[in-house]
Design a protein around this ligand. Sequence first.
Ligand code: MYA
Length: 445
Amino acid sequence: LALQQMKLKEMLQGKTGIGGKNAKDVGAHKFWNTQPVPHFGEEEPTTDGWVEAPKPIEELRQDPYPLPKDFEWASVDLSNPNQLKEVYELLSANYVEDDQAAFRFQYSAEFLKWALQPPGYHPEWHVAVRVASNKKIVAFIAAVPLQLRVRDNILNASEVNFLCIHKKLRSKRLAPVLIKEVTRQCNLKGVFQALYTAGVLLPTPVSTCRYYHRCLNISKLVNIHFVSVPQNQTLARMIRLNKVPEKPRLIEPQYGMRELEDKDVPEVAALYERYMKRFGMAIHFTEEEVRHHFLSGRGNGPSVKDSWKTPREGQVVWSYVVENPRTHKITDFFSFYSLPSTVIGNTKHNILNAAYLMYYATEVAFEDGAEESGRLKKRLEELIGDALVIADQSKFDVFNALTLMDNNLFITDLKFGGGDGMLYYYLYNWRTPLLAGVTATGDAP
Ligand code: MYA
């Protein structure tokens, strides 16, 4: 990560060029050059602050931006099952693919509701473009409100995600119109900063992460060309090397791991907040938000016995805590979410079931010398090692994580392998020097 940060730094200062299909010459970003973001070639900021001052509401544009004729704006009501299905279908067929067009994210309808209707969400921030004649949704962008801490500043911001344009309408400069319209909607609610992530390099990331993958279902992953058997190995050996235990270790009563319950929310919120102070940027969650992000995505089904083996119908998020059996204090938690991908053009398998590591925390981090002595690394390996077991039992094919938070402490020893995908983190209208470790958000486009 340090190396990536250094390269990025040089590139942003215009010292080196970068290759890759997403790279553009400095200055070639016709749209982004007009936006309040740091531009390529500028000196790295030394202080934090907005790029453009907030405007009083009466100075804001009151009308939507003009769209090409034949198209119209619509705000989508995701509580309406038909409208939710329309967005789901647009994204299923047109959202993010990898560079080889082998896999495409397939967010479930439950996931979209969970991600886009957190406490305090605004329906006006779920922006769609419809064809005027037949009302078909052909483009979408969404924002949700959040409080974001960037170093010492707490920003009343939004997180922008799910920007998608139908494949037939690409390269027509529609994306800038969607971005400007969602910006206008945020501004109208007094929000002038945003967080967003993308797999493409734009002006200008505040941090860069790489995807890592822990393979679970080796034969399927080989079959769909997600991984290949290394030259000096056989499939059988690869399967053996990647086998995870059948039962999570910490589930034994003497350790006290169990599914998160509603009564744990205040303690988990406090532990989350304390742990996230370790990082330069983190989302602040109220208790209500913790309840939403860690519990509501579990579907409405009752708590099932041995839930670590049996996912609930429509389950999006998996959240576990460790309760000290003597003191009954919550000492640790971890969570991951389900984000399948369509396997494009494979006859045997059409879905890749992927789990993505979300948030975790452990009290061990606050013990003196825990990092230097390796105690923190050991504890995280126990926790995330059990997350792998639960994911494996729930039939996930692969478990993904990014090079952020404390993930670098455990990804290698837990046998994650580096992928070719990168995820760039961006802030809209906020300058800050490069951040070394950033936090995961609910989604990783
Ligand atoms: S990231 C996921 C993005 N979605 C996909 O990758 C799905 C598949 N792809 C598509 O649907 C289209 O290719 C998209 C572009 C829609 C991506 N973020 O219309 P165009 C710039 C920002 O001719 P199209 C996510 O959802 C590009 O550099 N800008 O292109 C987070 C160029 O500008 P410039 C992007 O291919 C989104 C311009 O668009 C992205 O038809 C955060 C070309 O437009 C991208 N991912 O459509 C959005 N890709 O010439 C920003 C391309 O300057 C939010 N572009 O280089 C900002 C904060 C707003 C709120 C602020 C509140 C205060």
